[in-house]
Design a protein around this ligand. Sequence first.
Ligand SMILES: N[C@@H](CCC(=O)N[C@@H](CS)C(=O)NCC(=O)O)C(=O)O
Length: 341
Amino acid sequence: MRLATTLLAGSALALAATVGSAEAGPTLDAIKSKGFVQCGVSTGLAGFSNPDDAGTWSGLDVDVCKGVAAAVFGDANAVKFTPLTAKERFTALQSGEVDVLSRNTTWTLNRDAAMGLDFTGVTYYDGQGFMVPTSLGVKSALELDGASVCVQPGTTTELNLADYFRANNMSNEPVVIERLEEIRTAYDQGRCDVYTTDQSGLYAERTVLTDPAAHIILPEVISKEPLGPVVRHGDQEWADIVRWTLYAMLEAEEYGVNQTNVDDLKANATNPVVRRLLGTEGDMGQNLGLSPDWAFNVIKQVGNYGEIFEANLGQGTPLKIERGLNAQWKDGGLQYAMPVR
Ligand SMILES: N[C@@H](CCC(=O)N[C@@H](CS)C(=O)NCC(=O)O)C(=O)O
């Protein structure tokens, strides 16, 4: 009896020790010792993850990784990027070649539960669409019976395409091409009638066609594509860091904390939510195994969610994507940060 009590007390103590502050998981340890985050991105998708001529990456997915680097190191540039096709991406994450996959990847049951992966949140609520040359005169996806359709392998796109045509008693001829540049060229040269992918991808790809104005995106959205960062299953501490970096960016937008006012708010804010977020109150950073100013660094160096959305996808960019589902919940969208407390 006494022994049982002692054992119980012992395990309670051990539990208290683990609960008190985060133990660094193996991924964070490895990242700290190499000095940077290795981030898997696309091979080049405007607005999401795209290298310029000098090899400098930009985009919403890139900013998420920079945010994680800022949270861990206080340096948004402590990150390296690995371009991955849709087909390559999961193996690269599973094998440890990258620490996080931040690349228009849809959260599905199969990927989350059966592939050794964990989704950490949704950076962009999307849905699959179709793009066609205006000259085809097609106004609805329901007119696409018999069309040849360009699609990338290893994607939910491929699966939804088959579902949609089957459900509507239509047939199509898939033209399956792995590399983004090749599929874009194939569509641009008329080797398929239709290009299908996430609507965000269609907006992005349209900007780099020979004549963007000669193509329309059809009104039908045939699937749900919640896109977000993915980590390996089994290292919860690392998953928490990626997840809460995203929530910090979202909560910053919700509470009006941005790159411009974050210094002032760190010094003067009285709102307890803002003070906790910026590390002037509470021990949020410690809970994650990070410094108290982890979220301050994310916002100061990278921006809040609204800022990175506008900078990469918004009205001042060639993509001109509306916030839509990606507006804050208070504005009728789906973006909702869990409370940083
Ligand atoms: N969200 C879908 C599709 C993702 C996807 O890979 N889309 C293509 C077309 S936009 C892409 O990003 N390709 C970029 C590349 O291959 O580098 C999924 O997770 O399966």
